[in-house]
Design a protein. Structure first.
Length: 286
């Protein structure tokens, strides 16, 4: 019996490490997620000639959604911060996070994404939610874009997509996560962006979630979220042109730490390497 169990273990190990093992170009590390983020915390001060463009053509293309749902009334008299949060609340009341078959509609307009979600029990994945929300926010002339947050290894089986919003009233970017109907504050009770979130996770500082945040009617678990985002803040990807129906179609850039650029980045295809940048300052240009 013992020999049989040993043989079964060897066979299972062979199947897992042989047939099903991904062909990594960047192998996962055994470090904890936070320790890995600390190891790859530093960016460079190099200059990159990259410009970001916002077409702001969403409103004219989304009047059907705006009028049908009385969204102008919803945001009337609100600041840019309040408008963005109100739109996220509206979206999260209508749709929940899920992973429907097929992933996403091929067309990335809000109408197509919402129709796809409607056909899948009002669920869509984090990318779908973030694409809809960022376009809704831009319909009110506020700069916003979806951002793909990726882990250390390549390929990976999980990443996360959120929304970054430039709030002129605060003179900074804030992060909205429609998967959890979430925004975060620091210990000074200030709404933060992805840049600040990354620093807070590295330093182990306090995070505060909004009261409404949660997942499928369950209370937000900030401890799990800290761990999850520590994993997904090694590489950050955004499009260079934001317009109606776009999903990084007109070019993209990927922010990577300096150490990643010096080592792991060399394993990527040349075309991907051309998208890499190590300047946090240039990546977060308004």
């Amino acid at each position: 019996m013992k020999l049989k169990q040993t043989l079964l273990f060897i066979i299972a190990a062979f199947i897992f490490t042989g047939c099903n093992q991904p062909q990594y170009i960047v192998e996962p590390k055994s470090s904890s997620k936070v320790e890995l983020l600390k190891e790859y915390s530093q960016y460079s001060t190099d200059n990159y000639n990259v410009e970001f463009e916002y077409k702001f053509d969403e409103r004219e293309n989304m009047l059907d959604i705006i009028k049908a749902n009385n969204l102008d009334k919803l945001v009337e008299g609100k600041s840019d911060v309040e408008t963005s949060i109100a739109l996220m609340n509206w979206l999260c009341e209508r749709y929940k996070h899920g992973n429907p078959p097929g992933g996403l509609a091929k067309t990335r307009t809000p109408q197509a994404l919402m129709e796809f979600a409607d056909n899948n029990d009002q669920t869509t994945n984090c990318r779908g939610l973030s694409l809809i929300l960022s376009q809704l926010i831009r319909a009110y002339n506020i700069k916003a874009f979806h951002i793909t947050c990726m882990p250390y290894e390549e390929p990976f089986d999980d990443c996360h997509v959120v929304v970054s919003v430039f709030c002129a009233s605060l003179n900074r970017w804030i992060m909205l996560d429609p998967t959890y109907n979430l925004y975060l504050k620091n210990k000074s009770n200030e709404i933060i962006g992805i840049k600040e979130l990354r620093d807070i996770l590295i330093k182990g500082e306090e995070l505060i979630a909004n009261d409404e945040a949660g997942y499928h009617n369950q209370k937000m678990n900030l401890s799990e979220y800290r761990e999850y985002m520590a994993k997904n803040l090694i590489r950050l990807e955004r499009g260079t042109v934001e317009r109606y129906g776009s999903d990084e179609d007109d070019g993209l850039v990927i922010l990577i730490p300096k150490k990643y650029s010096q080592n792991e980045a060399k394993n990527f295809e040349e075309q991907t390497q051309k998208c890499f940048m190590t300047s946090e300052h240039d990546f977060w240009k308004e």
